[in-house]
Design a protein around this ligand. Sequence first.
Ligand code: UT7
Length: 335
Amino acid sequence: MYNSRIIGLGKYVPDNIITNDDLSKMMDTNDAWIQERTGIQERRWIKEGSGDTSAVMGAKAARIAIERAGLTKDDIDFIVFATLSPDYYFPGCGVQIQDILDMPTVGALDIRNQCSGFIYAVSVADQFIKTGMYNNILVIGAEYHSGGLDKSTRGRSVSVIFGDGAGAAVMTRTEDNTIGVLSSHLHSEGKHAEELVVEGPSIRHWVPEILEANNEEDTSYYPYMNGQFVFKHAVVRFSEAIVEGLTANNLQKEDIDMLIPHQANLRISQFIQKKFGLRDDQVFNNIQKYGNTTAASVIIALTEAWEEGKINDGDTVVLAAFGSGFTWGSVIMKW
Ligand code: UT7
């Protein structure tokens, strides 16, 4: 059996910065509320006409990750793409990466696990590499939220949270079983699907039905979140997933060199930090700048932590996420 490890990281976020004050011009909200409840100061939203989409941003991040890995696009054997905001209803974004980057006709798999998408994607790539099926896998998380948000006061409890962006990692085979992905732990609880959901369009709510109803009160194509319910589950599941990963590897919380939590809400990260008794330098947060970028959040944060020199060879790195589904999980890596 081989191990898999990350050898290249890249990120791309749109230039267009939307501050909390900008939002207060669109809806009844304010900087104090947003910062107090979420920690978010600003987020990036794609500017209409810029050409950016989830796939396009993913490709930009991927180019950087491949270059930093010292590889070319022709070395990549497989693509795994995590997003909840694909360019098309179908096909998924993975095939677009193959085309945009002009890659050989490698396989492409799309992951639909929302905020946990990158954790699931890393786990899938890890299994393919461990079994020897592929050597180099491009793993991408990208989201284009801003086009699909209700930017009126009606949608304010959700719309102020989400941001756009993308991150990518190149995972490769290593024969050294002491480094790379040590374990991944994935969970779901589908009975809570409707607590954080975009209901339509779907087979339950097709577009003609929506158009025919011509009902401005129909919010089914905007994200809905039962915020406090999700928050309560998030803090419990985040903790469980981290403990599960540490236990599986005989590690203690003191062994964590860097925890990269999904950037859902700074208050959730702070709760987890306190619960595990971690120092500030053991937890990385950038939600203040980017908001919640769901499947892109963990990989953008991991990339940024690495770019800032906060992740070094031999470090124990813990990735953890919770989100819509509900789905949650963790990945434990030795860098
Ligand atoms: O990434 C996937 C996982 N997601 C999460 O983990 C998110 C979990 N949930 C949360 O982060 C929080 O629940 C939110 C940040 C979404 C909301 O914070 P909250 O403290 O749960 O607020 P709330 O929804 O209970 O609303 C409290 C009040 C309400 O007013 P009343 O009824 O008390 O008068 C809302 O109408 O705040 C009001 N409100 C706002 N006010 C100003 C809701 N959104 C806003 C807003 N600006 N944007």
